[in-house]
Design a protein around this ligand. Structure first.
Ligand SMILES: CCCCCCCCCCCCCCCCCCCC(=O)SCCNC(=O)CCNC(=O)[C@H](O)C(C)(C)COP(=O)(O)OP(=O)(O)OC[C@H]1O[C@@H](n2cnc3c(N)ncnc32)[C@H](O)[C@@H]1OP(=O)(O)O
Ligand SMILES: Cc1cc2nc3c(=O)[nH]c(=O)nc-3n(C[C@H](O)[C@H](O)[C@H](O)COP(=O)(O)OP(=O)(O)OC[C@H]3O[C@@H](n4cnc5c(N)ncnc54)[C@H](O)[C@@H]3O)c2cc1C
Length: 730
């Protein structure tokens, strides 16, 4: 399909393609993983093109409800084809190739994401990674054939990062051989799970397991949450959609609250731990963090997700830059393509090289993941800490870099890049979320830092460490490395860069032509050079700091430096004898401090007048006494208002200079208290997170409940599409 020449192609694009130094098909094969895979991908694309319903109205022009229903309609059509294709597959490798191809191709049908993303991305992988063999045999076929639709509810209103702090409880009742699920507090409400709001009928719930009065920590449970026929939420739970968000608008992210909700004993996913009928807890896992396995898997997946999303963004931006012409450089000559500007190339080329850095590293990381998994099947968990550290840091960096690079691509497209139809805003909204979900950026980097520090300790003791971190031993020389945060980050960057270079060289070392090798080498060099320039500061071996030296001789160095000062070369400066001491007011640095203060004063005064209106409005709207701070605000408001009006009345007979000074005093009073009481003024922030009273969780839940999708218990797309599909009647 893609090989056929397309009519009416822009002449500039044609020209650029003709200039290409290598065979595009060869690179396509490299990206797809071989000629056969390219052929298979095209076959699937053709099949989908023939059978998939397209949008009649652009997705972005629909209401939130219509967007969701449209996404369900398309997902069901796509899943029908997907399930059919999966049923023809016999080998594991074919299945993983097919899933990946379907994932990539399906993206073309959604501006946002499918409500089934969590079913594919987390529900199925958790069944595979957390269920006993018997449980896998039961649940996997149902999930693969989409007879059930699942999601993954771990995060709660109160905790996302700190999993050990989750509050949902699963208490074993040995009389009935059931677990009883409860959400004991508002902050324990499950929050965020994709597909939970309206679509899923099953859910993996992570809860604190209690049996025989003991808490054994968090464990995953597989829980039915909606009636399979009516789709109504089951008795004992409250479930709904959490409300509008930056992206993921069609993913119906949801909340879930349990009230003595009973589930059978075997709802506990029992690969790593069991609870026997009599309530005895049996630990199976050799490593306490194996229940976190799905997160590692998804972090690994996300590296290739980022490569793919950035590849789309940069393709859009490069094509557009070839088409777009701007500015007359030479009179009577055509305006140049913006692609020809060096500054434009600077924006774009690093993104191209980043795509390849991510993709090669992702292939390598996935292989590493499978090797570690295979070892763990035989009981060897030695490599797990390193895999955790590696997947954490690569996930953190690639998601962060990817969304920043997509922003650059959007900037590179000027105003038109801001149009939803350019797809760049949606790509950004999707990828910027990845920096937070599946482990926040900072938190994951800290996990890696923890691993590196521990490894460093091993190096110090002269113990052997794994090949990936062996460079720490090689660089024991203090001049090159130190154990400061910069040193750790530098070490981390060395890993990423090292993998990219070796993997890209390995991947292009056979089969591929010289032309492709040249281009890959250039991209690899660009990536390394770009980041060494970006991080020059980190690469400097001396920190040039008296305070940050490795040996910690802070005071000695401060004194040594002080003694070098030219002022200390003479015991008495000649100004003692000859010059009067200057007024401090004459120092420019002093003027800087003061004049900025004066300027700020005037600008804040203006702002204060504006804020004043709002404060009065808020005070009168909410009523005095509604919160403990309001009476105070009211009193302050009375003072301000009386001072202001009374002063105006009394100053009219005074001289102009005195009037001016007194007016300034009024302003100073308003300004001072506006700053002092700015917490109270936050009432106007219109934010669930930033309210003065800090009732964050209450407000999030109140807003979620106002959400239109929650006004109907079952969305009509269930009857129209989901139910006939699940029952095989579509
Ligand atoms: C066939 C089917 C194929 C399907 C393919 C279909 C393709 C579809 C692709 C779709 C793409 C994916 C899109 C998915 C969309 C997902 C949407 C978002 C979903 C979510 O966000 S789910 C929720 C995720 N939540 C998190 O990630 C929470 C982050 N927090 C944590 O991970 C932990 O709490 C944290 C921060 C690690 C701390 O844990 P804690 O228990 O407190 O541990 P300590 O810090 O005290 O460390 C103790 C010790 O444990 C080690 N550790 C920690 N974590 C792990 C781990 N995961 N594995 C191994 N070891 C771990 C840690 O290093 C410490 O070790 P020490 O030796 O130093 O003691
Ligand atoms: C689009 C989207 C989809 C999601 N889908 C799901 C889903 O399907 N299922 C699910 O279970 N969850 C889901 N989540 C939730 C997601 O996993 C969490 O939001 C994420 O893990 C971050 O946790 P948090 O929100 O508690 O952030 P917090 O931990 O509250 O982070 C707030 C700030 O505190 C900092 N911080 C927190 N802890 C530390 C620390 N120890 N040291 C230093 N700084 C720290 C962070 O760096 C951050 O700056 C989704 C989230 C989003 C945005």
């Amino acid at each position: 399909m893609r090989n056929k020449p397309i009519a009416n192609v822009n002449a500039d694009l044609l020209k650029e393609r003709k200039n290409c130094s290598f065979d595009i098909e060869e690179l396509t094969n490299l990206i797809d993983g071989g000629k056969n895979q390219t052929a298979r991908r095209r076959e699937i694309e053709n099949m989908l093109l023939k059978n998939m319903p397209f949008d009649i109205i652009p997705e972005e022009c629909l209401s939130a409800k219509e967007k969701y229903e449209n996404a369900v309609r398309k997902s069901v059509a796509l899943n029908k084809i997907g399930v059919e294709l999966v049923s023809q597959v016999t080998k594991a490798k074919e299945l993983s190739d097919l899933t990946l191809t379907l994932r990539r191709v399906s993206d073309a049908y959604f501006r946002e994401v499918t409500p089934f993303l969590l079913h594919l991305g987390m529900f199925i992988p958790t069944i595979l990674g957390q269920c006993s063999d018997e449980q896998v045999a039961h649940w996997l076929p149902l999930a693969m054939q989409l007879k059930i639709i699942g999601t993954y509810a771990q995060t709660e209103l109160g905790h996302g990062t700190f999993i050990r702090g989750l509050e949902t409880t699963a208490t074993y009742d040995e009389r009935t051989e059931e677990f009883v699920l409860n959400s004991p507090t508002l902050s324990s409400s499950k929050w965020w799970a994709g597909g939970l709001g309206k679509t899923a009928n099953h859910c993996i719930v992570v809860a604190q397991l209690y049996t025989k009065g003991e808490c054994y920590g968090t464990h995953p449970f597989i829980v039915q949450i909606r009636d399979m026929d009516t789709h109504m939420p089951l008795k004992g739970l409250k479930v709904g959609e959490i409300g509008p968000r930056l992206g993921f608008q069609t993913a119906d992210n949801g909340f879930l609250v349990f009230d003595n909700f009973r589930i059978p004993r075997d709802s506990l996913m029992m690969k790593h731990a069991k609870v026997l009928k009599d309530g005895t807890y049996v630990k199976i896992a050799r490593h306490s963090k194996l229940t976190y396995g799905t997160m590692i898997f998804v972090r690994v997946l996300l590296v290739s997700e980022m490569a793919f999303n950035l590849s789309k963004a940069v393709t859009i931006a490069v094509r557009y830059s070839a088409v777009r012409r701007q500015s007359e450089l030479k009179p009577n000559e055509p305006e140049p393509q913006v692609l020809d500007y060096l500054t434009q190339q600077h924006k774009l080329f690093i993104s191209i090289s980043t795509v390849y850095a991510f993709q090669f590293t992702s292939n390598w990381l996935m292989k590493t993941y499978h090797t570690v998994q295979a070892n763990m099947k035989h009981g060897n968990t030695d490599a797990l800490p390193e895999l955790h550290a590696l997947s954490s840091c690569l996930k953190a960096i690639c998601t962060s870099d990817c969304s920043a690079a997509i922003e650059q691509c959007r900037f590179a497209c000027g105003g038109h890049g801001y149009m939803i139809s350019s797809n760049l805003p949606s790509l950004y909204a999707f990828t910027t979320a990845t920096r937070t979900y599946e482990g926040d950026y900072t938190v994951l980097l800290l996990q890696t830092a923890r691993f590196l520090v521990k490894t460093w300790e091993q190096v110090e003791l002269g113990n052997a460490v794994t090949p990936m971190v062996a460079y720490l031993a090689r660089h024991q020389n203090r001049e090159a490395w130190d154990e400061s945060p910069e040193g750790i980050i530098r070490a981390f960057e060395a890993i990423a860069a090292g993998v990219y270079q070796t993997e890209s060289v390995r991947s292009v070392s056979f089969g591929q032509s010289d032309a492709i090798k040249d281009v890959m080498k250039q991209l690899s060099d660009l990536y390394l050079l770009y980041w060494s320039l970006e991080r020059t500061g980190d690469l400097l071996t001396t920190l040039k700091s008296t305070l940050g030296s490795y040996d910690g001789r802070v005071y000695e160095r401060l004194m040594e430096e002080a003694l070098k000062s030219p002022l200390n070369q003479e015991p008495v400066n000649e100004s003692f004898h000859n010059e009067p001491e200057p007024q401090v007011m004459d120092f420019v640095s002093q003027q800087h401090k003061l004049f900025i203060g004066i300027a700020s004063y005037y600008s804040y005064s203006m702002t204060a007048l504006w804020l004043w209106d709002i404060l009065t409005k808020v005070t009168s709207e909410l009523g005095v006494g509604k919160t403990d701070r309001l009476p105070e605000s009211h009193g302050r408001a009375v003072f301000m208002s009386v001072f202001n009006s009374e002063m105006e009345k009394s100053v009219s007979s005074l001289s102009a200079p005195l009037q001016a000074v007194l007016r300034q005093l009024v302003e100073l009073y308003l300004y001072y208290w506006t700053l002092e009481k700015r917490g109270d003024l936050l009432l106007v922030l219109q934010s669930t997170l930033g309210s003065y009273d800090g009732r964050v969780y209450e407000r999030l839940m109140e807003e979620a409940l106002k959400n239109p999708p929650n006004k109907e218990p079952v969305n009509e797309s269930f009857h129209k599409y989901l139910k006939p599909f699940i029952q095989g009647k579509l």
